[in-house]
Design a protein around this ligand. Structure first.
Ligand code: SF4
Length: 88
């Protein structure tokens, strides 16, 4: 089942890659997120999935081959923990 089954674009695609290893798409570890992005690259829903996630302002996860944080595409997800102090 597609993670975005509420969207019409999932009709006809019964097993998108994210249905096989869904935990990867909300993982903390960068390697797992990169693996999820690789799986998205094979998905026929890639563009629609990303557009839908941006429209919904998904708070986190891999959608349409991109990492989203607070509804925005980010290059990499920062790990947990205290933020670095600025040098200035
Ligand atoms: S693009 Fe990625 S997250 Fe979206 S349906 Fe396909 S595999 Fe799942």
């Amino acid at each position: 089942m597609c993670r975005a089954t509420s969207d019409r674009h999932c009709e006809g695609v019964s097993t998108p890659p994210c249905s096989q290893e869904p935990q990867l798409f909300f993982a903390e570890h960068p390697a797992a997120l990169n693996r999820a992005r690789e799986l998205c690259a094979t998905c026929p829903l890639l563009a629609e999935c990303l557009a839908g996630a941006l429209e919904r302002q998904e708070p986190y996860g891999v959608w349409g081959g991109q990492i989203l944080v607070q509804g925005q595409v980010v290059a990499e997800k920062r790990g947990r923990g205290r933020p670095r102090k600025d040098a200035a």
